[in-house]
Write a protein that binds this ligand. Structure first.
Ligand SMILES: Nc1ncnc2c1ncn2[C@@H]1O[C@H](COP(=O)(O)OP(=O)(O)OP(=O)(O)O)[C@@H](O)[C@H]1O
Ligand SMILES: [Mg+2]
Length: 363
């Protein structure tokens, strides 16, 4: 679209007054239709910061651009419409402001369904409150995967600032779901253990955000943690420390935000029953050592909470006792987050896990 507009103006096919106050984004198809493009939100933010009068976007991207207040967004369906607008004989009306709400997202997994495992649930609550990383270790069927999936149900609602951060990443990655202008719930990403380093941390010839950035302000769940290749896991060291990933290529250096809660789940050994109270482990000591060695010390060091998840007795699993619901736990988490925001007012961090050593002492 910008190239087409430039050519039309340069060849005097359209009356060009001053284009310096306008910004044009969009892909022009051969039939003159405008196709949606990725990354419209960050471009719209830039347009606002530069005080431009209007931004012209493909109609399908208009809602995304119009998340930015006080920015005139002109939705364009095709080149003919655009010319009619620029020539002034049939103006296109500006897109309306995009409405959204951070009402509770649909919850598929509620903590109330988890029987027993009180200490694990408590650890998850602490992790949600302070944005700490968690490693769960336990035998097969002890509920690690199930518990991890309940995590989104106790995380606090997003703020607009966080939602815009997440949406920018999804927009650039081309992962914004259709009909979605703003990401209104925290992401929960669970890449498979065969995922490549690039898929996990980002990069590629045309660098794009990886799973750790798509999990920004949400949860990165790495199930079967010890099955990931060591090399892939080592890539997590720097982003776990800095909350951002730097991807360098010959042509450019890019940074993608990557502040996420890491939830890792693993069996303690290849057979899974090392340390189990009833079933005997059949692994040799070398096998157990090799299995544990796959996760390096520096990685373990970046995980604040290490929890054992034992199997629970059949009676308990089938009992009717209902435990606390996620909405009640979430209230406590939100209270803890509020305390943290008061405590850290005037600093550049928002959760306990982000405190640098000096701050730990001070607070
Ligand atoms: N405490 C529990 N309360 C309710 N259901 C449970 C509990 N523990 C396990 N389950 C159920 O048992 C099944 C197995 O649990 P899950 O898949 O989470 O185990 P896991 O620890 O991830 O095992 P693996 O190490 O094999 O991956 C699931 O269907 C889950 O719903
Ligand atoms: Mg599992």
């Amino acid at each position: 679209m910008p190239i087409a507009v430039s050519i039309l103006a340069a060849t005097k096919k359209i009356n060009c007054e001053d284009f310096s106050r306008f910004l044009f984004v969009g892909e022009l198809a051969l039939n003159g239709e405008l196709r949606p493009v990725n990354g419209v939100l960050p471009i719209a933010i830039k347009a606002k910061n530069k005080n431009l009068a209007a931004i012209f976007v493909p109609a399908a991207n208009a809602a995304e651009a119009k998340l930015i207040k006080d920015l005139e967004v002109i939705p364009v369906n095709n080149l003919i419409e655009l010319i009619a607008h620029l020539e002034g004989y049939k103006p296109i009306s500006g897109a309306p402001y995009t409405e959204f709400s951070f009402a509770n997202a649909e919850i598929n997994f509620d903590m109330a369904y988890i029987k027993g495992q009180e200490h694990v649930k408590r650890a998850m609550e602490i992790a949600a409150a302070g944005a700490h990383n968690v490693l769960m270790s336990g035998p097969p069927g002890s509920g690690k995967t199930l518990i991890a999936r309940t995590m989104p149900s106790i995380l606090p609602n997003l703020s607009l600032k966080e939602a815009l951060e997440i949406t920018k990443i999804y927009s650039v990655a081309g992962e914004l779901p259709a009909q979605t202008a703003l990401m209104t719930s925290r992401p929960f990403r669970s890449p498979h253990h065969t995922a490549s380093g690039v898929a996990l941390v980002g990069g590629g010839t045309w660098p794009r955000p990886g799973e750790i950035s798509l999990a920004h302000r949400g949860v990165l769940f790495l199930d079967e943690f010890a099955e990931f290749t060591r090399q892939v896991l080592e890539n997590l060291r720097q982003p776990l420390e800095d909350g951002v990933i730097h991807v360098s290529r010959a042509a450019n250096n890019l940074s993608f935000p990557a502040k996420f809660i890491l939830i890792a789940a693993s069996n303690p050994c290849p057979c899974g029953y090392f340390g189990d109270r009833e079933k005997n482990c059949v692994c040799s000591s070398t096998q157990i050592i090799n299995y544990k060695k796959k996760i390096s010390g520096p990685i373990l060091d970046r995980i604040d909470l290490h929890i054992e998840v034992p199997r629970i007795k059949f009676d308990k699993l089938t009992s009717d006792i209902n435990s606390e619901e996620s909405t009640d736990i979430k209230k406590r988490v939100e209270k803890a987050r509020l305390l943290q925001s008061q405590r850290f007012a005037g600093t550049n961090f928002i959760t306990n896990s982000e405190m640098p050593p000096e701050a730990v002492k001070r607070f």
